[in-house]
Design a protein around this ligand. Structure first.
Ligand code: ADP
Ligand code: ASP
Ligand code: MG
Length: 406
């Protein structure tokens, strides 16, 4: 009898019929002999709708109330699913994140799981129930409810799989696996039967929202296999694990894109030691994550500093950076939000030459301007105009011959 943690995303539990269909899938699985803990997301677009409702009340909702509000979305799904299961004769129990023993820090809106006490979950499992846990939330030491960030139910599921020593974590969503690019904008994308943690982490960090990147980080640290598949059919999905054959890993694996990009440029920054720390430390202290930083060569001891943040953090970042700009007597501080990132990911890119050149040539031939370039060992990212994203992804997919990659 294997212990499995499953997670069903928003579309998979989008309405009453879908929740009943998920209940049927769970029952079939239990009949097959497995024991299940099931993590659920909020129904359909509920989280977006709750955010929109809050915006009707105030421009600046308090983070505490915002998280308490958003946590209700997954609680609704968990209770309805437990009811559907019990109605069909399957013992089940719904738990909020707090009741399931998930402890987080108090960084509202992007809390991290600090500890997980699975005692209650284990007790209920031992009593024969399917335990349904509301995703995306936990309890802080101050007894406040905090949420894990958009897409965070994946992380709840992997954290539970780690703490329960489950055989694997299964993520059920509206696509039947991880593809070589987002199949919604690149119809030629092909499904990967497997992918290593490292490459999946890079893809999800750089925009492939099929998995929450923190879920992959956790899975990699503890070696939990994660299986991504559809809740709408029984097509084979993608296994994310640590044992991917070296040769297979040795090539371009996929393309990620991310439209959640805002660029900030500080012009005329005095070129002297300590200035970068002076600018970036306050951003870090303010909880702003900065991912791409470029400093131009200095002309007459003045440089331009450019970096990117997520669009949702742009206002906060500008509020921190503008006074610093004045203090260090820099020139203007400018922001723009029409950009997006396109990234090529593959473990083989360090060993094989020519990937960067081929990527830039492909974008050039598609008449797409590159605004900024960053790389890691296994990734090359170009910042481009967001309107060019579909064309860029398709052109790169073709140039790197990913249509028959799987
Ligand atoms: P859920 O609500 O189930 O968590 P998400 O919307 O978070 O689902 O993630 C699934 C979506 O991720 C897909 O509908 C797809 O458009 C998108 N996606 C982006 N990149 C990829 C990729 N490489 N492979 C598969 N899906 C991807
Ligand atoms: N409901 C949350 C969101 O929409 C968390 C999740 O679905 O994973 O982001
Ligand atoms: Mg998701």
């Amino acid at each position: 009898m294997a212990l499995i943690v499953q997670k069903y995303g928003g579309t998979s539990v989008g309405d009453a019929e879908r929740i009943k269909a998920v209940a049927d899938r769970i029952i079939a699985r239990i009949k097959g002999g497995d024991r299940l803990v099931v993590v659920v997301s909020a129904m359909g677009q509920t989280t977006d709708e709750l955010i929109a409702l809050a915006a009707e009340m105030t421009d600046e909702p308090e983070a505490r109330e915002m998280d308490l509000l958003l946590s209700t979305g997954e609680i609704v799904t968990s209770t309805l699913l437990a009811m559907a299961l019990k109605h069909s004769g399957q013992p089940a129990l719904a738990l909020s994140g707090a009741q399931a023993g998930i402890g987080t820090d108090q960084v509202y809106g992007r809390a991290r799981i600090l500890k997980l006490d699975p005692a209650r979950v284990v007790r209920e499992l031992d009593a024969g129930a399917v335990v349904i846990v509301a995703g995306f939330q936990g309890l802080t030491e101050e007894m406040e409810i905090a949420t894990l960030g958009r897409g965070g139910s994946d992380t709840t599921a992997v954290a539970l799989a780690v703490s329960l020593k489950a055989e694997r974590c299964e993520i059920y969503t509206d696509v039947d696996g991880v593809y070589t690019a987002d199949p919604r904008i690149c119809p030629e994308a092909s499904k990967l039967s497997e992918i290593g943690y490292e490459e999946m982490l890079e893809l999800s960090t750089w925009g492939a929202r099929v998995m929450h990147n923190r879920a992959i980080e956790l899975a990699a640290v503890y070696g939990v296999p994660v299986y991504v598949s559809s809740s709408f059919n029984d097509e084979p999905g993608t296994l994310i694990h640590g044992g991917v054959a070296m040769e297979k890993a040795n090539k371009v694996m996929g393309i990620a894109h991310d439209e959640d990009v805002a660029r900030i440029t500080v012009r005329g920054v005095p070129d002297r030691p300590g200035i970068a720390a002076h600018i970036f430390e306050p951003l870090g202290e303010g909880g702003i994550s900065v991912d791409t930083i470029v400093q131009n060569a200095s002309v007459e001891r003045l440089t331009d500093l450019t970096f990117t943040v997520s669009r949702s953090q742009l206002d906060e970042a500008m509020a921190i950076i503008k006074p610093i700009g004045e203090e260090i007597k820099a020139g203007e501080v400018m922001a723009d939000t029409h950009l997006a990132k396109v990234s090529l990911v593959g473990a083989g890119m360090t060993s094989g030459p020519g990937y960067a050149g081929r990527m830039f040539r492909t974008l050039f031939e598609a008449k797409i301007n590159i605004e900024l370039i960053t790389t890691s060992e296994i990734r090359i990212t170009c910042l481009i105009d967001e309107k060019d994203v579909p064309a860029a992804v398709k052109a790169l997919h073709r140039a790197f011959e990913l249509a028959d990659a799987a």
